[in-house]
Design a protein around this ligand. Sequence first.
Ligand SMILES: NC(=O)c1ccc[n+]([C@@H]2O[C@H](COP(=O)([O-])OP(=O)(O)OC[C@H]3O[C@@H](n4cnc5c(N)ncnc54)[C@H](OP(=O)(O)O)[C@@H]3O)[C@@H](O)[C@H]2O)c1
Length: 262
Amino acid sequence: MKVARFKERYGPYALIAGGSEGLGFAFAEAAARRGLNLVLLARKKERLESAAATLRETYKIDVVSIAADLADYENVKETVAALQVSIGLLVYNAAFAPIGLFENTSEEQLALAAAVNVKTPLLLTKLLSAAMIRQKRGGIVLMSSLAGAQGGPKLAAYAATKAFNAILAEGLWEELKPHGIDVLACCAGAILTPGYRQAEKTKPAPGTLDAREVAERTLKALGRKPMIVPGAVNKLGRFILTRVLSRKAAINLMSKNTRGLS
Ligand SMILES: NC(=O)c1ccc[n+]([C@@H]2O[C@H](COP(=O)([O-])OP(=O)(O)OC[C@H]3O[C@@H](n4cnc5c(N)ncnc54)[C@H](OP(=O)(O)O)[C@@H]3O)[C@@H](O)[C@H]2O)c1
């Protein structure tokens, strides 16, 4: 989609939930390159302000920064509802991944994953899509993962939350289309982000992509289909996991990849 058309369809502001680093920052840059102003939301104020300053300076756009925790939806709702800008694009990027054996995962960690990965993307989508419906245009990108295509030992809860986002996006893709709103799930494989480097202690998995590449491919796919799997290796991987193997075999294959996680 041409820059002017993208801006017309998804501008004037994009809200990137979890936009101060890694893939979130790459999404912010990809939207800025298409002429959109930004609302960036993340917890760590200093990093957020520095990301906002870089984007303002590089792309000559307006950037509003909100230091908030996506685990607290009520606060996020109040802050976002008070914004004086019109949001035409929501990218829900942030996630919390409790990794390790389920028996060793605390209730607090599970509740946090449910809040950041399920409750807030669901309700923020509800909040922002209401205004998009009134404007008869908009875009919503929800981050899913290859991990969400089947169950995975040592990341069972995280994988389930990622499956939630993919299924939510698919349903809304069809439902919101008549309102002029494009919805897309990004079902990514490994991405070189600070979060990934922290979790993955060995060498990067096959098909690992750069965050910038994932963000670019995702925004290019918005409006074209309900789900994108960035990268040929990841597309093939998902095809094998979901269409070739039995569920039992897919879970088994996944467990070989997640065995080393702790
Ligand atoms: N990395 C991968 O290999 C990979 C693979 C498949 C799918 N994904 C998906 O891609 C997305 C990005 O993952 P990532 O871990 O690599 O992250 P990232 O994009 O590198 O960074 C996470 C961003 O979200 C913010 N954030 C995290 N928790 C937050 C919270 N509770 N409230 C507000 N902001 C929060 C962080 O800033 P603060 O820390 O300052 O809050 C940061 O700006 C996730 O949805 C993940 O499931 C990642």
